[in-house]
Design a protein around this ligand. Structure first.
Ligand SMILES: NC(=O)c1ccc[n+]([C@@H]2O[C@H](COP(=O)([O-])OP(=O)(O)OC[C@H]3O[C@@H](n4cnc5c(N)ncnc54)[C@H](O)[C@@H]3O)[C@@H](O)[C@H]2O)c1
Length: 324
């Protein structure tokens, strides 16, 4: 298949691009590089450096080549920032996604896969299923939910086949590709930065949540398992016109538990300090991924947290400044 990957120079996008190439697909990456890294791309991949809100650039690219599918990773991804700057998130994630969807449909693209998120759900103290209550705790999650809803209307009106993949916390790395966000706000890389001596302590945001140790509980999924789900989902959209899937491992780890695993993996004491809660953090988000396992036969290859932290540690040790 000929596939357009927006945000393909980012963390999850670049690992997915590599997986798509291995499966024999042709890939064009479309990324403004506002956060992405050209060095994350496999050699020889075509990169169009442009914004998904740039209608002319989209038109030019889509008119020049026909794509069977769009995988849409491009977004700003920080829940906390979205609570300080909702306008930026509604503009970049929602409005610009609409420009992309509209242009893709106008140029005959039939399949669309959205990087959605666990942040669309209300917090729940047992594994979340796809039909559970949708109640984003932050503007970031709200923008993803609204994109899902737009896609549903484009399905009904224009026959667009779409899948929304609701990832829980992406983590881990491949030997040559890993997490390199700036600023970094994700727990595992921040914790590993302490072990690398780049940061003095790891801050724990909120120690008074109604959870087993007072800290937030999250489900983690290895980035390679996310990439594999995209490969399966784009093939499945030949038959089905709509799919919404959770992607997690069904196990929740508290912030303190993740830090403990990082201590074991790195052998570093990793000091921590308790801080205030961050606006927009739900107490517990853990996935049930039974639906995608049943429908597409997806099974995580790296389900245990220790492996995720070990592969992330390998990446951060060998790339202490990311791609820089
Ligand atoms: N990282 C996670 O744990 C996680 C969890 C759930 C969902 N997601 C979703 O997965 C996707 C990828 O996340 P990531 O961690 O790889 O993020 P990332 O920041 O590493 O990658 C995002 C990419 O999108 C590009 N981009 C952003 N806005 C753009 C625009 N307007 N036009 C063109 N390019 C633009 C950036 O340059 C970057 O390369 C995002 O949509 C995110 O919401 C991520």
């Amino acid at each position: 298949m000929n596939i357009l990957v927006t945000g393909g120079a980012g963390y999850i996008g670049s690992v997915t691009v590599s997986a798509l190439l291995q499966e024999g697909h042709e890939v064009t990456v479309y990324d403004s590089l506002v956060k992405g890294h050209p060095a994350a791309l496999p050699a020889g991949v075509r990169l169009v450096k442009a914004d998904i809100g740039d209608r002319d650039a989209l038109q030019q690219m889509l008119a020049g080549r026909s794509f069977e599918a769009v995988m849409h990773f491009a977004a700003l991804i920080e829940p906390g920032e979205s609570m300080r700057r909702p306008d930026v998130y509604f503009e970049n994630n929602l409005c610009k996604s609409h420009t992309l969807i509209q242009q893709a449909v106008a140029h005959g693209v039939r399949r669309f896969i959205l990087s959605s998120t666990a942040a669309v759900y209300a917090s729940k103290d047992s594994p979340i299923e796809e039909q559970d209550r949708l109640q984003p705790a932050n503007v970031y999650g709200q923008t993803k939910l609204m994109i899902e809803q737009m896609l549903e209307w484009y399905r009904l009106i224009h026959g667009l086949h779409y899948a929304a993949l609701r990832y829980f916390n992406a983590s881990g790395a491949m030997p040559d590709r890993g997490e390199a966000h700036s600023p970094e706000t994700h727990l595992i890389p921040l914790t590993l930065q302490v072990a690398l001596g780049q940061r003095e302590v790891i801050e724990i945001y909120g120690t008074d949540y109604p959870t087993r140790d007072g800290t937030c509980i999250r489900d983690y999924i290895h980035v390679a398992d996310l990439a594999r789900a995209h490969v399966l989902a784009v093939e499945a959209l030949e038959q089905s016109d709509r799919a919404v899937y959770n992607l997690g491992n069904g196990s929740g780890y508290s912030v303190r538990e993740v830090i403990d695993v990082a201590r074991q993996v790195t052998g570093h004491p990793i000091p921590s300090v308790a801080s205030q809660r961050r606006p927009g953090d739900a107490p517990i988000l853990v996935a049930s991924s039974e639906r995608i396992s049943r429908d597409l036969g997806w099974q995580p290859q790296y389900p245990d947290l220790r492996t995720m932290v070990e592969t992330a540690w390998e990446w951060h040790r060998s790339h202490p400044y990311g791609y820089g």
